[in-house]
Design a protein around this ligand. Sequence first.
Ligand code: 5GP
Ligand code: MN
Length: 342
Amino acid sequence: MKIKFKTQFNEAKNLLAAAERIVIIPHHNPDGDAIGSALALFNILNNAGKNAQVVSPNSYPDFLRWLPGSNQVLIHDDHQEEAAKVIANADLLILTDFNCLDRVEPLDANIKAAKAHKILIDHHPEPENFADIIISETTVCSTAELALHFIHGIAYSAYLDKATASCLMTGILTDTGAFSYNSSNPSTFEAVADLLRTGIDKNQIYANIFDNYAESRMNLLGYCLNEKMIIYPEYNTGIISLTQEELDRFNYQPGDTEGFVNYPLSVKGVIFSAIFIEKDEYIKISFRSKGSFPANKFSANHFNGGGHVNAAGGNSQVNMKESLEKFAALLPQYKDALCANE
Ligand code: 5GP
Ligand code: MN
């Protein structure tokens, strides 16, 4: 990334200098990048003697609980009144890894009503205008990479310790699938070099994230690949779907299906994949693509969602069978784009 955001970093520096109560908020269902970036900022701000706290809209998977500072995260779902109070009393909010307030439900109303100044650090396209300082850049691999620029930009480099670097490394590793996608930009590796210089144990961090699964998750993955993956070879597309009954059968824990959506992309020729997961009120869908096929536009056009070109999400308000039929029926109109590289 070219050095930019000079004005924003200077303004942020002034806000930070004046702030007495800083609250950092990742998006709902925080992933490694959202909570990793939030905890990195938590660690570095506290290293700098500031009073910072992370408030997460809801819980996050076990494999991210080792992150330094994780035991001090205030989970709104479990402590609603306290979380609301902390946000209302903050004089600075730092928002990580989301581009619209819908993504931070149910804290969107609290954030809107808060008197605090707001800084957004995010890498999703077209952020809505809900922060005073918007640090938004889509060419970075992750919010964590951008958060590292932020740290240097506000002249906090001296506070970059192993704890902070481990959190940022987690954001980078999770948002790039350990450098298997979304990481062709040299700047990502320059950021990683910076982090490695703090002395972090990269292999241990990798193992914490990717070799830390419950046996039930591996069984569920086996079931998905064996019985639930459908490949549409004529459209270079693959899907997986899971109903509540199936999740229950495999003793599903939050986070267990993390990464499943990528598996159809490992089938030769497949460039577009989706996973449909039944929730109480709707079907949650994740999309992934390779190359230029715009998963975010597909999701925005048909499934109330959005995201990045190669990683997007959305939802469907009809039942699983109808959702899958709707998806399959859409593919012919995308045949040219899906088969462009054949
Ligand atoms: P995931 O599939 O991991 O839940 O989400 C992948 C990406 O898609 C996220 O980084 C986020 O940008 C986007 N995304 C996921 N769900 C939604 C959604 O419901 N609405 C929008 N606008 N974006 C989403
Ligand atoms: Mn991210």
